[in-house]
Design a protein around this ligand. Structure first.
Ligand SMILES: Cc1ncc(COP(=O)(O)O)c(C=O)c1O
Length: 398
């Protein structure tokens, strides 16, 4: 087909994100059956509102800070006071000693990852992702002509296998993306797993004589259940760069606000910090949204309503088990990762008969599973359970 757009973008138009397609499908079904009769578990758009404190902070900023400050340009890395406040908050939580210079405010986690990849990658450099993984990583790495190399999933517990990661590293490996709590599995990578990955990468850095960075993608850091803790990776591996966003943790995905942590002890830290601020600018973000920077600075101790997510987790897990499905009890994030008794794409198609939308595992480089995003209202889960029951009967032939 003749066209006048870039080949890279043309290729993307031909394989638009399955999650996004499902989202559109949900809207289509809702127009036919009514929103309340469609059980859309396709996208990680938090249903629970942002904490009240966010609204108060927005008013406070608008009422009490000078307009040029709230709406103006600032350093490409973000407001100095916001960066310092983020650093202090991390220090008090994790016993680290960051200062404002170690923090670059970004346009959400997607902005964080793109900025750091733009900063680090030369064409042909390899970035390792561990399946199952957030499929956008492939697009992000391709943006900078890098090559995404995928480590196969470690079934059934989905704790990454350090030795396999080690075998995947080559002289071209620049970074390994580690996402925990994980989208799509809900697994938290244990301290033991992290220590093993760190040891393998230390050894590989020595072998190849250059740094291999861990990019810790952590938009779900605070979404943990039953008191589970997510290891803070800079403590275990010097060349860790953390990307964070408040999209999920404070239900602010449309506001596009997050940050990068670039520890001073990482190789080339000063250069990376400079380059990341410039990347923010030259990629056209210029800086993270200024109003939101001022708002999150006032809300660093705020937490989302984890108890509501936990209720959803329990309700859905029980419903799925009762319907005969096999799935692990998620430790974090808001995704249930369910084994499919048939091809995962077929499963997701059959589920549509019951107005249930779930995303096939092949969209996360792990066929044989589907992802159910339970960041929905409890009513959606309750309403879906009879459909899941029928789906189970159909698939297991009960
Ligand atoms: C693992 C992971 N990384 C990054 C992102 C992007 O987050 P943000 O909306 O903050 O850019 C998401 C969003 O779903 C995600 O699941």
């Amino acid at each position: 087909m003749a066209h006048n757009i870039s080949e890279k973008m043309f290729a993307l138009t031909q394989r638009n994100s399955v999650v996004r397609q499902m989202f559109e499908e949900g809207n289509r079904l809702a127009a036919i059956h009514g929103r309340e009769n469609v059980f859309d578990f396709s996208i990680g758009n938090p249903n629970f509102p942002a904490p009240q404190k966010i609204k108060e902070a927005v008013y406070d900023v608008l009422e009490n800070e000078p307009s040029t400050m709230v709406h103006g340009y600032m350093s490409n890395a973000g407001y100095a006071d916001v960066r310092s406040a983020v650093a202090s908050s991390l220090n008090s939580r994790f016993g680290t000693s960051f200062d404002g210079n170690n923090i670059i405010m970004t346009v959400g986690a997607a902005g964080s990852i793109n900025v750091i990849l733009k900063t680090l990658l030369n064409p042909g450099d390899e970035v390792i992702a561990i399946a199952p993984y957030f499929l956008e990583y492939g697009n992000y790495v391709a943006n900078y002509d890098g090559v995404l190399v995928v480590v196969p999933p470690n079934i059934p517990d989905f704790q990454p296998d350090a030795e396999t990661i080690g075998r995947t590293v080559t002289s071209k490996t620049k970074a390994v993306i580690v996402n925990s709590p994980n989208n799509p599995t809900g697994v938290i990578y244990s301290e033991e797993t992290i220590k093993k990955i760190a040891a393998v990468l230390e050894q590989k850095q020595k072998e190849y004589g250059h740094p291999i960075y861990i990019l810790a993608d952590e938009p779900y850091r605070e979404l943990c259940y039953d008191g589970a803790e997510v290891p803070w990776l800079t403590k275990f591996y010097r060349n860790t760069i953390v990307g964070y966003s408040w999209s999920k943790s404070l239900s602010l995905p449309g506001e596009r606000i997050g940050y990068l942590v670039i520890p001073s002890e990482a190789d080339d830290a000063a250069l990376i910090i400079d380059a990341a601020a410039i990347a923010n600018r030259v990629m056209g973000f210029v800086n993270a949204p200024s109003l939101m920077q001022r708002v999150v600075m006032r809300c660093l101790d705020e937490r989302t309503d984890i108890a509501s997510y936990d209720n959803n987790r329990k309700l859905l897990y029980k419903g799925l088990k009762d319907a005969g499905f096999e799935c692990a009890y998620p430790q974090g994030a808001f995704y249930m990762w369910v084994k499919t008794p048939c091809d995962d794409k077929e499963f997701s198609n059959i589920a549509k008969k019951y107005n249930i939308l779930v995303v096939p595992g092949s969209s996360f480089a792990c066929p044989g599973y589907v992802r159910i995003a339970y960041c929905v209202s409890p009513k959606t889960i309750e309403g879906s359970l009879s459909g899941f029951k029928k789906l189970g009967e159909e698939l297991f032939g009960k």
